[in-house]
Design a protein around this ligand. Structure first.
Ligand code: COA
Ligand code: AMP
Length: 633
């Protein structure tokens, strides 16, 4: 039987211009677009060409002008520092306008880049919105990345200004950010003209004269800056994400399509109305943080929660229930790993007792596949629908979801349900032919992608085409594999590249291999993501040493672990490696990572017919057993 979803979905695919054109009317435009979808330069599609808009205006000023300026826009809840602070739309608008004035005074203009290396504090959100206000392009770098990763991003984005804070707080540890920033600027070839540092009480950073400025001092004399109209197609931000090499990909997001699509998703996917309280428990360094801590809830006039804490340990596994009850949260969005962490510590959900969760209507999970165990635990404990949805940094919003604001379908465990309107999702074979229902293949999306997705990679059209458009002509390659069943439910099973998913964080095993290979005693290495009960996957390294190396193997292992932590960052969670005599390879020299992973995960596997020397697998098995992996094979 046809339902509203079928109707909306069909319209979005058959007549995208009419579909998105109508939705765009809900946003504030200085100048209406000439064309909803501009396909004059295929395969580069642009949305709302000719239109002029301001993202910050749509997030803040619009609500003040519409009379809801006294509603809460942002609630900062920080169990790690024991603070809470609320900002109304009016207060957040004013703070943002002042910081926009600070940036302008430091010479930042429309199109200039500003890197933000910030913990989860309101100033991070203010800085993002202030960039948007003056048409500058922000690039937020996650705090868990090391100086080297920050330097790579500085060299690619070439920011005029970097905004940072003196420190982050990880549970009970204070992590000084400034030394990492200084080191990154030292390593990078591109140097920012100035750095603006927010000094937190628990750690004061030394400031470099004539380069570093104190956030609070600059704000004291700041002149508020108004919103600057930008083209719908001008970039709003660059967000770097892991590719298959050490060089991350600079995903670009433009202004117009992003406002239109994200505002629409708040009701269509998440069932939110203006005034509702919405909480994405992620980090502003990830796409989930960009889209659903900062932009989408504010576009919709919702209150967003900025949570500086963890699901467990800050102070306990009841933290999420406290926040939901205290701030009357209607929907929570987080990664399944957060629920696995809670479940591990409070299996019977005892800590939920005593909290009033009566306002809470939905739990949304993404970042990795929701395993059926976690799904049923969350459903049974919370007694609300638990919605898995699938998306990527590149897409900016969900490709597949159970769109509760349109029509809530029955959940099939292991599936993020169906394609969201706007997404023509197909499963194909290597020749781009559709595979039969139920059969696994590459998951691709027929071009054009909907608004709010990546138009290209930062100053790298070639890499954009090569990474996403070349392999399946006419389609966007998601690099995920899976299948679609008879009822159009999508099942996302695995990545088709060397990306792994560690606690919902996307990481490149190739990048880790590049770091390990720099060790003078290492001849070659392979990093693979193996199953982990809590984090979903964790990286494990297999290292082959140069001939004649006499150093203790354990020392080399410690050194490579340290190198990955220092060069990529603690977020990589690279803690395990072992020395092996040789790596198993095909006769053409391709390392058989899949086979080794199956071995480590105690999954059944067939010895590949193309293997160069099957005896190597026995050696690998022994080495894995030495570090406690793959024991039952
Ligand atoms: N700044 C500095 N360091 C950071 C950091 C930050 N913003 N975020 C994480 N780190 C560090 C941690 O301190 C930890 O360091 P350690 O090796 O010294 O212990 C390391 O990076 C790994 O952190 P994390 O991935 O958070 O693992 P964890 O073991 O501390 O916690 C979970 C595990 C499951 C509780 C945690 O990953 C979590 O809350 N995940 C929620 C999901 C999420 O936010 N996903 C994002 C996409 S939706
Ligand atoms: P990121 O770009 O960090 O958001 O990571 C995107 C990748 O995470 C996707 O390509 C998938 O491999 C994985 N992913 C995200 N959400 C889901 C989900 N709901 N189900 C399965 N995999 C997911």
């Amino acid at each position: 039987m046809a339902n509203l979803y079928d109707e909306i979905y069909k319209k979005s695919i058959n007549d995208p211009e009419a579909f998105w054109g109508e939705i765009a009317e809900d946003c504030h435009w200085y100048k209406k677009w000439d064309k909803v979808l501009d396909d004059s330069n295929k395969p580069f599609y642009r949305w709302f060409t000719g239109g002029e808009i301001n993202t910050c205006y749509n997030a803040l000023d619009l609500h003040v002008d519409n009379g809801i300026g006294s509603n809460n826009a942002l609630i900062y809840d920080s169990p790690v520092t024991g603070t809470q602070k609320k900002y109304t739309f009016l207060e957040l608008r004013d703070e943002t306008a002042r910081f926009a004035g600070v940036l302008a005074e430091k010479g930042v203009k429309k199109g200039d880049r500003v890197i933000l290396y910030m913990p989860m504090i309101p100033e991070a959100v203010i800085a993002m919105l202030a960039c948007a206000r003056i048409g500058a392009i922000h690039s937020v770098v996650f705090g868990g990345f090391a100086a080297n990763e920050l330097a790579t991003r500085i060299d690619d984005a070439k920011p005029k200004v970097i905004v940072s804070a003196s420190c982050g707080v990880e549970v009970k540890k204070v992590i000084p950010y400034k030394p990492l920033l200084d080191k990154a600027i030292d390593i990078a070839e591109a140097k920012p003209e100035s750095c603006i540092i927010f000094q937190r009480d628990m750690e004061k950073a030394d400031l470099v004269q004539d380069r570093d400025y104190d956030w609070s001092e600059l704000m004291r004399d700041a002149v508020p800056h108004d919103c600057v109209p930008v083209k719908a197609t001008d970039p709003l931000y660059i967000l770097y994400t892991s590719g298959t090499t050490g060089q991350p990909k600079g995903v670009v997001r433009d202004n117009g399509g992003h406002v239109v699509a994200l505002k629409w998703t708040m009701n269509a996917i998440y069932g939110m109305e203006q005034g509702d309280v919405y909480w994405a428990a992620s980090d502003i360094g990830w796409v989930v943080g960009h889209s659903y801590i900062v932009y989408a809830p504010l576009f919709k006039g919702c209150t967003t929660i900025l949570y500086e804490g963890k699901p467990v340990g800050t102070p306990d596994a009841g933290a999420f229930w406290r926040v939901i009850s205290e701030h009357k949260v209607k929907a929570l969005f987080t990664a399944p790993t957060a629920f696995r962490a809670i479940k591990q510590q409070d299996h019977k959900a005892e800590m939920m007792k005593g909290y009033d969760l009566s306002h809470f209507t939905h739990l949304f999970l993404a970042g990795e596949r929701t395993d059926p165990d976690t799904l049923s635990w969350a459903e049974n404990s919370l007694n609300v629908p638990v919605i898995d949805h699938w998306w990527q940094t590149e897409t900016g919003w969900a490709i597949a979801a159970n769109c509760v604001g349109i029509h809530r379908f029955e959940v099939k465990p292991g599936s993020p349900t169906k394609a969201v309107p706007g997404w023509d999702v197909q499963v194909v074979d290597p020749q781009s032919n559709p595979v039969p229902r139920g059969e696994i293949g590459a998951i691709v999306v027929k071009l054009p992608l909907p608004p709010g997705t990546l138009p290209t990679l930062w100053q790298n059209d070639e890499r954009y085409i090569e990474s996403y458009l070349e392999e399946f002509p006419g389609y966007y390659k998601t690099a995920d594999a899976g299948y679609i069943d008879e009822e159009d439910y999508i099942f996302v099973m695995t990545r088709t590249d060397d990306i792994i998913n560690v606690a919902g964080h996307r990481l490149s095993t190739g990048a880790m291999e590049e770091v390990i290979s720099e060790h003078p005693d290492v001849a070659e290495c392979a990093v693979m993501g193996i199953h982990d009960e809590l984090k979903g996957q964790v990286p494990v390294g297999l290292v082959v040493l140069n001939a004649g190396v006499t150093k203790e193997k354990q020392d080399i292992v410690k050194e490579v672990v340290r190198m990955v932590r220092d060069k990529i960052g603690p977020v990589a969670a690279f803690k395990t490696a072992t020395v092996v005599k040789r790596l198993p390879k095909t006769r053409s020299g391709k390392v058989l990572r899949g086979t080794m992973r199956s071995m480590a995960d105690q999954k059944e596997f067939k010895t590949p017919a193309t293997i160069d020397d099957p005896a190597i697998l026995d050696e690998i098995r022994e080495s894995l057993e030495e570090i406690g992996l793959g024991k039952n094979n």
